[in-house]
Design a binder for this molecule. Structure first.
Ligand code: ATP
Ligand code: MG
Length: 871
């Protein structure tokens, strides 16, 4: 069975069992302060488990793109070395949100594996949670009993908290789990040692394929466990591992998920897979990492120096480094795999195929610049090695490589190992800690547990229709950020818009009979709208009147609607390849990042600006539709952005159905006329293939225009109000240019005259021609020209000039060829000596040298001293 059929069968199976099939959520998370990436299938459903949102369907199944490269689940170091951990992998999952529980989950898992996929029963083992006294958790008897109905008891193993109690992160939903393991070894080996001995022992061919988690608890910040309001099932099966088991392979990389990539890499490197341990690992690393990097970029995460972007950069660099060292890829290569991968997965994850050109370009640029750094870093490492006493590279040096050349410690260690050296990783860590603690005070964030105040109702956002409302507080918690204590409040209903889709969160206040509390910011945490305050209301139970800052909202709205018009105008002027890659909208400006491969011309910018302003003047009324089924929205022409998570019902914002239709949760003007005026202030590059426009609207644009015109008025005044300012300015520049030329010719003439005068005054002294004089010249160049001119005239010249160069003192000494040969004088040494008199220094060659100084009055002293020197 090929991998496509395996995936399809999973989804069909659970569809038949009453599950709704949903799309994968994006790899990169936007509104989740606890996670950077989706690391398991349940992440997109977290709010259902926590009771923050209600699921539309209680049974759901999907295949989810996952990335395990940071935080609690981090497999990066294993990837490529072993054959069954990936950075990005697909997790097949079925979910019950408060619907079926252990019994059905176990029965269906067994049915699917043994009857549909026909995995041999005598090669399967399952585990159940043995309990944990410290956490006061019992043995999972239920799971054990349900398994007993399907599988012999000696195949049901007990597992500890580490393996059989699943937690998403430091906090969040969790519960006991039951894993299914498969033994893929040969008959001989199985006879020698029963598979049960190898379960959870990191044997590459006795591995976990499926984990069924029975979600019952929430891990709180104080580490205690709290019972969830309902019981859920959350399962995750590694798709690539399942393919290995079904296709009877012993490595994920031998399945058709990876073979197309590996053969492409092998061909390019001229290396066969399975020939050499080192090149095999390198090939696996690249085949794996390109998937993580390409899909992260397709989901909107550019490589960068911080946060999620830095993780992506590190993964790509790890791949580049393996290719560079073991496969001799000295030129960018990984980007070439993007079309192969896009084509392979286009049915399931079309986001890559449709952006392959853009993604490839980003990877190419990133590879190019890292290869350059790598060369430099390797040179530095050569020096470090040459100077090394002993076999250990110190943490400080490793940190330097990390900090200046972007060598993560694993790279440095790898290179060190190859060269028979090691790295003092502990002291490296200490250096890292030092750096972190430098920036930590800023980033440090402690989050307390939610404390419930009012009845648990579902919080509602009413800010599209209301800018103020009477509200109550549902819950609050304390957080610490940058060493400052803040509070987060959740209301039963709120007019405050939470930062999302680029638009900043609302600010404002809530007021009760006896207190007024300012809301500093409003943000989303998954679906929850959280209001930030500096103080906690004294009476949390009170009724409050909430009021947002209307002016700020209005200006933000102007900018947000203008962003939509800009997006549409860009697509009209530049082409349909323009897609939103990032956006920021606040009350002062808007910033819009979009895919486009070259800088916009002045003409294009003007055209775009004109279209937007035209649409503003047309005063197009807003057409806002909430709760539109996503398919209908797409039919209306709305473009879904990659990397955004949409529900099945969406909000559609239209300004003229033939012009701008977008899926958007932001707030917008009633009609475009409110925007007033739109002005682009800059167009620049953010990354390969991504351009950035910054623009302003309304009051800000008006101010900008009037300031610019004011400046022009001032210039016009300077010119005494000419008819044609441009012609006058050009005239002035031309005039200046002509004068400069004249001046230059005049100075040249003057220098020639001076040279001739000096030549005529040369005196024959001690058998050579001496010129020792004080002169005034227009530039250092002129002085030099004079000196060389005289040298051509006298081959026995000794020239010493004390010059006033535009008010600055200079000394020049020049010897003719014949005199220089005698070694009697050394121009450089003489100048050094003479320059003291003008408070300066300098030097030069034996036959010619100059020096500048500070003290113009010293020029006569120079001459006197020179006379002494040559006596
Ligand atoms: P392991 O112990 O093998 O690392 P895990 O306990 O971390 O697995 P879970 O968190 O239970 O795995 O994830 C569910 C399933 O996802 C696993 O049974 C496995 O099939 C798959 N899986 C987990 N991590 C990876 C990975 N890094 N690459 C590929 N598949 C994975
Ligand atoms: Mg793991």
């Amino acid at each position: 069975m090929d991998s496509g059929s395996i995936r399809r069968k999973f989804l069909e199976f659970f569809e038949k069992k009453g599950h709704t099939i949903v799309p994968s959520a994006p790899l990169v998370l936007k509104n989740d302060p606890t996670l950077l990436f989706t690391n398991s299938g349940m992440v997109q459903f977290k709010d259902y488990f926590l009771g923050n949102a209600q699921p539309k369907n209680r049974r759901v199944a999907d295949t989810q793109k996952c990335l395990r490269v940071s935080g609690k689940h981090n497999d990066l170091e294993e990837v490529g070395i072993d054959t069954y951990h990936h950075t990005m992998f697909e997790m097949l999952g079925n979910w019950s949100f408060g619907d079926y529980f252990k019994k059905d989950a176990i029965a269906w898992a067994w049915e699917l594996l043994t009857e549909e996929y026909k995995l041999p029963k005598d090669r399967l083992y399952v585990t159940v949670f043995e309990g944990d006294a410290k956490e006061n958790l019992p043995f999972d008897q239920d799971a054990y009993d349900f398994w007993k109905e399907h599988i012999a008891e000696d195949r049901i193993l007990r597992g500890n908290k580490k393996d059989n109690f699943w937690e998403m992160g430091e906090t969040g939903p969790c519960g006991p789990c039951s894993e299914i393991h498969v033994d893929l070894r040969s008959e001989e080996e199985v006879k020698r040692l029963p598979g049960k001995e190898l379960v959870n022992q990191s044997h590459p061919q006795v591995i976990e394929i499926w984990n069924n988690v029975f979600m019952e608890f929430n891990r709180k910040a104080d580490k205690s466990l709290e019972k969830l309001p309902a019981q859920h099932v959350d399962t995750g099966m590694g798709f690539e591992r399942l393919c290995m088991a079904i296709q009877k392979k012993t490595s994920n990389y031998d399945t058709d998920v990876f073979t197309p990539l590996l053969s492409f890499i092998g061909q390019a490197a001229g290396v066969a897979y399975k020939n050499n341990e080192k090149t095999d690992i390198a090939m696996r690393v690249i085949a794996d990492h390109v998937r993580a990097v390409a899909f992260a970029i397709a989901d909107g995460q550019l490589p960068s120096n911080t946060g999620a972007g830095y993780v992506i950069r590190r993964i790509l660099r790890r791949a580049v480094r393996y290719g560079f060292t073991f496969l001799n890829f000295k030129e960018p290569f990984i980007y070439k795999l993007v079309p192969v991968l896009g084509n392979q997965l286009k049915e399931v994850f079309p986001e890559l195929e449709s952006q392959k050109e853009y993604v490839g370009k980003v990877i190419f640029e990133e590879e190019t610049s890292f290869l350059r750094t790598l060369e430099k870093g390797l040179k530095r490492l050569d020096i470090i090695q040459a100077e090394l006493k002993g076999q250990v590279i110190s943490g400080t040096l490793a940190f330097e490589l990390y900090d200046t050349f972007g060598f993560p410690i694993d790279l440095t260690s790898l290179i060190a190992r190859e060269r028979g050296l090691s790295v003092d990783e502990d002291s490296f860590k200490a250096e890292m800690e030092k750096q972190k603690s430098r920036s930590k005070a800023d980033a440090a964030k402690e989050t307390g547990d939610w404390i419930t105040v009012g009845a648990e109702v579902k919080p509602e956002f009413i800010g599209y229709d209301h800018l103020e409302a009477d509200i109550r507080i549902l819950r609050y918690r304390k957080i610490k950020q940058k060493n400052k204590e803040l509070f987060q409040l959740v209301f039963d209903r709120t007019p405050f818009y939470a930062e999302s889709g680029g638009q900043v969160g609302d600010t404002g206040y809530i007021e009760s009979v006896n207190e007024k509390i300012y809301i500093q910011d409003t943000r989303k945490e998954n679906e929850l709208i959280v209001h930030f305050t500096e103080v906690l209301p004294e009476n949390l139970q009170a009724s409050f009147h909430a009021q947002i800052d209307k002016q700020k909202r209005q200006l933000s709205m102007d900018n947000h609607s203008a962003t939509h018009l800009l997006h549409a105008a860009l697509r009209q002027v530049l082409g349909k390849h323009v897609e939103q890659k990032g956006s920021l909208v606040n009350d002062r400006m808007l910033r819009f990042d979009f895919s486009h491969f070259s800088a916009m011309t002045a003409g294009e910018i003007q055209k775009v600006e004109h279209i937007v302003n035209q649409k503003i003047r047309e005063n197009i009324a807003l057409d806002e539709r909430r709760n539109v089924p996503i398919e209908d929205a797409k039919k209306l022409g709305a473009m879904a952005l990659f990397g955004e998570k949409y529900g099945d019902h969406v909000r559609v914002i239209t300004f003229d159905p033939k012009f701008s239709v977008e899926l958007c949760g932001g707030t917008h003007v009633r009609a475009t006329g409110q925007i007033g005026l739109f002005k682009i202030v800059s167009e620049s590059s953010v990354a390969a293939g991504v351009r950035r426009i910054e623009a302003i609207t309304a009051d800000e644009a008006e101010r900008y225009v009037s300031e610019s015109l004011g400046l022009l008025d001032q210039v016009r005044d300077l010119f005494k109000n000419p008819k044609d300012l441009l012609a006058s300015t050009q005239g002035l520049l031309e005039e200046k240019h002509a004068l400069e030329k004249k001046l230059e010719a005049f100075q040249q003439e003057q220098a020639n005259q001076l040279k001739d005068q000096l030549a005529s005054r040369a005196q024959k002294v001690n058998g050579y021609h001496l010129i020792l004089e004080k002169v005034t010249v227009s530039s250092a160049d002129a002085l030099k020209n004079i000196a060389y001119g005289l040298r051509n005239q006298f081959d026995d010249l000794l020239l010493i000039l004390a010059a006033d160069v535009e008010g600055k003192p200079q000394v020049a000494v020049m010897l003719g060829d014949k005199l220089a040969e005698t070694n009697r004088y050394h121009a450089g040494n003489m100048v050094k000596e003479l320059a003291r008199e003008i408070g300066g220094g300098g030097g030069g060659q034996p036959f010619f040298a100059t020096a500048g100084g500070k003290n113009l009055d010293g020029l006569s002293a120079v001459l006197e001293k020179a006379r002494k020197l040559i006596q």
